[in-house]
Design a protein around this ligand. Structure first.
Ligand code: FAD
Ligand code: NAP
Length: 458
């Protein structure tokens, strides 16, 4: 009796969605070989390059991903970008099935005048910079002014505001890049202001993340009690609430009642205000904001509606944290409105809703840029269940050829898993020398040179 041919699946993107997809495939009843293809020389996606460096316990989820990478039949193809090194059509020819889990690489726009003035940045870039993403290290964030404005009321906005407020002692043990530590510690910032377009009852941040803002060594958190006054619709919504909004509201009430401790920086949370223009002569000097009122739209949602009340808030830097956005991949149907691959529960479909056999998606590029790391586990399991169902139904075409041969023909330097392990060891050793968790390699040259010390496997 001959052994069953393994199902061969390419997973594009090595963030949580990619690794949870691999894990669900490894748990299948039939044998499966999984190749994870990643454009960077390093795995883990936003766990390495998004999650805040002062939250090492969250980053430790990579330990679980390491176990997945050690399973038989798993291979990592780092430094390979789909759409640049290999096309979608080539990938589908090589493999029995392809799962796209390449995340949301860019930012949602505000669409207001002055958005592109020097000094106005998407949070996506700032986060990638302080986390050591090799594509963002040339950026120079000028933190020399007195006030920074962070637009948005989600957990990324909270991360960005908190990172700006950390002290040298708080940053020292983290794997924040040296350039970012230097800029933050040496900054002239006296005030960091977060702008929420809706009210305290609609904020998207979660209670532990909000509470943490009240425990910073170098910044007093400030909330104006007047901005916590609830409109009737919000009061009613809070009555029925889900614990999240109620707990946030209680925490904000506690912040509003606090006296200043005289810490060097102030972190001010504002509500029901939207930026309408970013102002400045050649660079950011202020943000014009408008006060909003909240209106229940009849369908259960509460919307912000602008009033005539405007205010100019001087500042030297604006960090726009109003959400990430997925980018299309040539040849793969894309929903421009939502910034996701067109799909039904993870099966990729064309504009007419017809399934594209053998092509799937998972994670942020499937459902949009929301949800914590764990959300991607259920999401990936759903996709894999459908993929295996299609396999059983005989829908998948058998792939032919080898990715490694195609990449060798094209002279692409692949960073395999041992290459990543060399990078990892080097970063941990550099960290140990300085009493820090890790000191990241942050340039393509350094990363590739370190990975090249390992003999290629394929
Ligand atoms: P990603 O993690 O973005 O992974 C996508 C991967 O695909 C990346 O490695 C990318 O390089 C790769 N890729 C992109 N294009 C290509 C291509 N063409 N070819 C090959 N590879 C490609 N959740 C928590 O639970 N706790 C937190 O503390 C937390 N903090 C966060 C902080 C920030 C700033 C952000 C943005 C998110 C945070 N999240 C947190 C949410 C969590 O990170 C996401 O839910 C999760 O990372 C989404 O997983 P993903 O695999 O879909 O995308
Ligand atoms: P998010 O949670 O969707 O928050 C986006 C914020 O931007 C919302 O407050 C939204 O307000 C606001 N916004 C959108 N458009 C706006 C506009 N035009 N003007 C003003 N404000 C606008 O997204 P995120 O913060 O990028 O986070 C992404 C996901 O990662 C979330 O699920 C988050 O929980 C997760 N994450 C988790 C952690 C953690 O667990 N510690 C850390 C970081 C990120 P409205 O509500 O009014 O639309």
């Amino acid at each position: 009796m001959t052994a069953e041919r393994p199902l061969r699946v390419a997973v594009v993107g090595s963030g949580p969605a990619g690794f949870y997809t691999a894990s669900a495939l490894q748990a299948a009843e039939r044998s499966v070989e999984v190749d994870i293809i990643e454009r960077l020389p390093t795995p883990w996606g936003l766990v390495r390059l998004g999650v805040a460096p002062d939250h090492p316990n969250i980053k430790a989820v990579s330990r679980a991903f390491e176990k997945i990478a050690r399973q038989p039949g798993f291979r990592f193809f780092g430094n390979v970008e789909i759409g640049r090194d290999v096309e979608h059509a080539e990938l589908t020819r090589l493999y029995d099935a392809v799962v796209y889990s390449f995340g949301a690489e860019t930012d949602r726009r505000l669409g207001i005048p002055g958005e592109d003035l020097p000094g106005s940045w998407p949070a996506t870039a700032f986060v990638a910079w302080y986390n050591g993403h090799p594509d963002y290290q040339h950026l120079e964030f000028d933190l020399s002014g007195e006030r920074a404005i962070v637009v948005g009321n989600g957990n990324v906005a909270v991360d960005v505001a908190r990172m700006l407020a950390l002290t040298a002692e708080e940053l020292a043990p983290t794997d924040t890049t040296d350039a970012a530590i230097e800029a933050i510690v040496g900054s002239g910032l006296a005030e960091i202001v977060m702008l929420g377009r809706r009210g305290p009852a609609q904020a998207a941040f979660t209670p532990p993340e909000l509470q943490e803002l009240g425990e910073l060594a170098g910044a007093d958190v400030v909330v104006d009690p007047l901005e916590l006054e609830l409109d009737p619709a919000s009061a009613a919504a809070l009555e029925e609430d889900r614990a999240t909004a109620r707990r946030n509201f209680e925490t904000l009430g506690d912040f509003a009642a606090r006296q200043s401790d005289g810490k060097p920086r102030t972190l001010r949370l504002r509500f029901c205000v939207s930026p309408v223009a970013i102002l400045g002569d050649g660079r950011v000097e202020a943000v014009e904001i408008v006060r909003n009122v909240l209106v229940a739209d009849g369908g259960g949602a509460i919307r912000a509606v602008p009033t005539e009340e405007h205010e100019i808030v001087p500042c030297s830097i604006v960090l726009r944290s109003v959400g990430y956005r997925g980018l299309p991949l040539a040849g793969v149907p894309f929903d421009e409105t939502r910034g996701v691959i067109r799909n039904e529960d993870g099966r990729v479909v064309d504009e007419g809703g017809r399934r594209i056999d053998g092509v799937y998606c998972a994670g942020w590029i499937k459902r949009g840029p929301t949800g914590v790391i764990g959300t991607n586990k259920k999401d990936a399991a759903e996709t894999v269940e459908l993929l295996l169902e299609d396999d059983r139904a005989g829908v998948l075409d058998t792939g032919s050829g080898r990715l490694e041969d195609l990449l060798a023909e094209r002279d692409v330097t692949v960073v395999e898993y041992p290459g990543w392990e060399a990078i990892d060891s080097c970063e941990l050793a550099r960290g140990a020398e300085q009493g820090r968790a890790r000191v990241k390699l942050t340039s393509w040259d350094e990363l590739l040179a370190c990975a090249r010390q390992v003999e290629p496997l394929v």
